[in-house]
Design a protein around this ligand. Structure first.
Ligand SMILES: NC(=O)c1ccc[n+]([C@@H]2O[C@H](COP(=O)([O-])OP(=O)(O)OC[C@H]3O[C@@H](n4cnc5c(N)ncnc54)[C@H](OP(=O)(O)O)[C@@H]3O)[C@@H](O)[C@H]2O)c1
Length: 307
């Protein structure tokens, strides 16, 4: 962090001692703001202020992070801190940033996985820095999220040397910082959505097929969750390509036809995902040299008939 100095507006910036931890303020006391506030404070970084429009959330933050001053408006907090974390919904980040005027020497950070730090530029002035800091954690429950932050990755991009400070902060809370270029953030976030919600959608299709076999959801999870875990472990150990098994790798056209016929009769909602996954499996198997192109073409024609 550059040392604090006078703001172009003529107001004093919070002094930044390069040898001390920068003081942190949090705007938006929702699940992410509250959890990060607690995590930063527990790691010994001073969380000195929170801005929240809601009295109950202000109080909850102050009791969880002792010593933090509470403000209704972000403007009040700006006089107190070196680094401002905007933990507001993605759709509100640009508008809230546009309502702020940072002082020289201050830094502004948002926690969106999708948006680049450039969305903060309306708030920036000479001598200010912007970055994004996205923990790969589901913040449904604050206590659980606090635990999950340990060992999670935090994607960081933005202005140096703020990025270096935030990497230090991520390590201080037990997380692993990773650098993502701003232009890669949407793809990074889409991958996270596929890994989280996309995976749950896949489980739902598996459960639908399970119902076709007479299983309830618990029964389906009992049977298929260990298989999911085994495949994940294989992919981590051997690599994704080498982890692929099943009828597609064997080029088994008869099995593919039987599966599709069963799905038409018992689980039509699972067909689209099954077909999309099968196409991807064919590509993987061919790339691995496990499936000859003629056999791949036969499998592809069976799938084409579904579209
Ligand atoms: N939830 C997750 O699992 C997760 C994980 C990683 C990153 N993130 C990112 O972290 C950020 C915050 O996530 P969240 O789940 O904590 O969000 P949230 O619960 O939807 O909102 C957080 C807080 O933002 C304030 N807020 C809401 N609407 C606002 C508006 N229109 N203008 C100004 N402030 C507003 C509210 O705080 P006050 O009422 O206290 O002012 C609210 O409690 C987002 O960018 C999100 O993408 C979320």
């Amino acid at each position: 962090m550059p040392p604090g100095h006078r703001h172009p507006h003529g107001r004093p910036a919070a002094e930044v001692d390069p040898d001390a931890f920068p003081s942190i303020g949090i705007v938006g006391a929702g699940p992410v703001g509250l959890t990060l506030g607690r995590a930063f404070a527990a790691a010994g970084w001073p969380v000195v202020a929170v801005a929240s429009r809601d009295p109950a959330r202000r109080e909850a933050f102050r009791s969880a992070v002792p010593g933090a001053r509470a403000f209704m408006e972000p403007a009040g907090l700006l006089d107190e801190v070196s680094i401002v974390f905007l933990t507001v919904p993605d759709d509100a980040v640009a508008a809230v940033a546009a309502g702020l005027r940072l002082y020289s020497g201050q830094a502004l950070v948002h926690t969106s996985g999708l948006l680049a730090s450039t969305v903060l530029h309306p708030a920036m002035a000479a001598g200010t820095l912007a970055a994004s800091f996205h923990p790969m954690v589901a913040f449904a429950d604050t206590d659980a999220a606090l635990v999950a932050l340990r060992g999670a990755t935090v994607a960081i991009e933005g202005d140096e040397p703020l990025v270096a400070v935030l990497a230090e902060l991520a390590e201080a809370i037990g997380a692993q910082p990773v650098r993502i270029p701003p232009e890669g953030k949407a793809a990074y976030h889409a991958a996270a959505v596929l890994a989280a919600g996309g995976f749950v959608a896949l489980l739902d299709a598996i459960a639908e097929l399970g119902r076709g076999a007479g299983l309830d959801e618990t029964g389906a999870l009992t049977i298929y969750a260990p298989l999911v875990r085994q495949n994940l472990a294989n992919a981590e150990r051997l690599g994704i390509r080498a982890a692929l098994t099943g009828p597609i790798v064997r080029g088994d056209a008869g099995t593919l036809r039987a599966h599709l016929a069963a799905m038409h009769a018992l689980a039509p909602g699972a067909i689209a995902l099954y077909v999309a996954a099968a196409r991807r499996e064919i590509d993987l198997a061919v790339a691995r040299g496990a499936l000859r192109p003629e056999r791949a073409a036969t499998l592809g024609e069976i799938l084409d008939a579904e579209e």
